[in-house]
Design a protein around this ligand. Structure first.
Ligand code: ADP
Ligand code: ZN
Ligand code: MG
Length: 489
């Protein structure tokens, strides 16, 4: 019987909604700030009063162009806003203004990771649209009977980014979303805040028997507000669909909701009962004309993208692709901190190891994820790394000093002096330690002499332990070898 998991392939495409970081809404002057009392950031335009006319926010277009360029898209000189008609209480106009068949950006690509062989995901399109309001179902004295609506979010500018169905597993899908977020945040286009809903992701997923070229029927999973949940929701959904198909059933085209408490997806609505949106061009807005000069002026203000930054770290400091990717993409502020530590004199490889090892560990312990909040300065860490590098202290001791320095202002040298932590490289002192160890462990010594050289590591380890980690391991190793050879001679 063929292995179920390997006889099916998943096909996934993402739709990411990113709030553009403008100060005002897309078609009116209302502020976009989060957390204001309900219905205080509203006006006749975003409330859809009869006769009120939308005026496009130029800054929203700037940000859409920026994101489109970063995603490798062709920015369209001519794009069109349309009305997407549906009824919902949080949609005061009865329609949402959204770009439809003529979006501002088309045909891009996104590479997942730094290596040439990492998957490349096609970006179908990116289009401008306005957000809807928010229904509040809980938290009122009469919540059991009434639902409230907050229109503060109505008309906030969004960029919807649609990927091609190029993703083949849940982990890559989560990684793709991660890298889109990282890019948008690096550009200052989006704040990356998924809890406040300023970045959201819907995942479309289907399965097909391995080797089949036609896609299966897809389901859309909504309501996923973290990378971990996105991965889990997709893993669950892949399993569910494989189950359906392999037991002779058919996957229904539908929208499903991720339930993070139960760890499952549930059906929300099927596409059969879905709306016909009756799109038509928005008569109150002219087409959006973006001449090449506008695109170029935006391009000139673009921050360095993660991909370029990785390449620069690799070229300038000889980092591996893996290390560059970790520092740039998986440790918030990691690349900035790394560059500061190197600028303060630390060798790059050691700086990278320390940041990914000790610093990341301490941050995790402290429950913070931004390295800007590290309780050790870049200069201090550089000093410590240099001590370890020159051999003033052993690496074990350097880690001890790091622990002590974390959160205190003491210099490494002060700690070394105060605690007598300087590395012992003096041969006569270490010779005595080596002799002690040989005398105390006759069996391993005999085994070594009998040809079981694996015990050598054990003996050196004992000597390091006897010196409380302060011995220079290289010197100990040499002395041990010499002493053992002498015994054999
Ligand atoms: P719809 O018409 O339902 O909106 P689209 O063709 O516009 O579907 O695609 C929406 C999203 O779904 C895109 O991200 C696309 O990559 C993805 N998608 C399309 N077909 C499939 C499929 N069969 N399986 C998985 N994802 C798909
Ligand atoms: Zn308004
Ligand atoms: Mg579509």
């Amino acid at each position: 019987m063929p292995d179920r998991a390997t006889s099916f392939e998943a096909v996934i495409g993402l739709e990411v909604h990113a709030q553009l970081l403008t100060t005002t809404k897309i078609f009116c002057g209302c502020p976009t700030t989060f957390g204001a009392p309900p219905n205080t950031h509203v006006c006749p335009v975003c409330l859809g009063m009869p006769g009120a006319l939308p005026v496009l926010n130029r800054h929203a277009v700037d940000l859409a162009i920026k994101a489109g360029l970063a995603l490798g898209c062709e920015i369209q000189p001519h794009s069109v806003f349309a009305r997407k008609n549906y009824f919902y209480p949080d949609l005061p106009k009865g329609y949402q203004i959204s770009q439809y068949d003529k979006p501002i950006a088309l045909r891009g690509t996104l590479r997942l990771g730094p290596k040439a062989q990492t998957p490349v995901v096609g970006i179908t399109r990116a289009h401008l649209e306005e957000d809807a309001g928010k229904s509040l179902h809980h938290g009122f004295p009469d919540s059991s009977r009434a639902t409230y609506v907050d229109f503060n979010r109505t008309g906030v500018p969004l960029l919807e980014i649609v990927t091609e169905p190029d993703l083949r597993n849940a982990a890559d899908a989560a990684d793709c979303f991660w890298r889109i977020r990282e890019m948008l945040v690096a550009l200052g286009v989006n704040d990356g805040n998924m809890e406040e809903g300023s970045l959201r992701c819907d995942a479309n997923i289907s399965v097909r028997p391995a080797g089949q070229t036609a896609f299966g029927t897809k389901a859309e999973v909504k309501n996923v507000n973290s990378f971990r949940y996105l991965q889990k929701a997709l893993e669950y959904e892949i399993e569910r669909q494989i189950e359906v198909v392999s037991s002779g059933g058919r996957v229904v085209q539908e929208t499903r909701l991720w339930d993070s408490t139960a760890g499952i997806t549930t059906s929300m609505r099927s596409k059969e009962e879905a709306h016909d949106y009756r799109y038509f061009p928005e008569p109150d807005l002219g087409p959006l004309e973006v001449p090449a000069a506008w695109v170029e002026s935006v391009r000139a203000t673009m921050a360095e993208l993660p991909e370029a930054r990785r390449a620069r770290l690799i070229a300038a400091h000889g980092l591996s692709e893996y290390d560059a990717d970790q520092l740039v993409s998986f440790l918030s502020g990691g690349a900035d901190f790394f560059e500061a530590v190197v600028a303060a004199g630390a060798p790059p490889k050691a700086a990278s190891n320390w940041i990914q090892g000790e610093v990341r560990r301490k941050l995790k312990e402290a429950g913070v994820d931004d390295i800007a909040q590290a309780a050790i300065s870049a200069a201090a860490l550089a000093g410590l790394i240099q001590h370890a590098d020159r051999g003033t202290v052993s690496s074990t001791v350097a880690k001890e000093i790091f622990e002590k320095r974390w959160g205190t202002g003491a210099t490494s040298q002060a700690i070394i002096d105060a605690e007598g932590l300087a590395q012992i490289g003096d041969e006569s002192e270490l010779e005595a330690v080596v002799q002690q160890v040989i005398a105390a462990h006759p069996d391993p010594v005999a085994q070594y002499r009998g040809g079981k050289t694996a015990t050598f590591g054990f003996l050196v380890g004992q000597a390091m332990k006897a010196s409380k980690g302060k011995a220079n391991p290289k010197v100990v190793s040499e002395l041990m070898k010499r002493a053992l050879e002498k015994l054999s001679a």
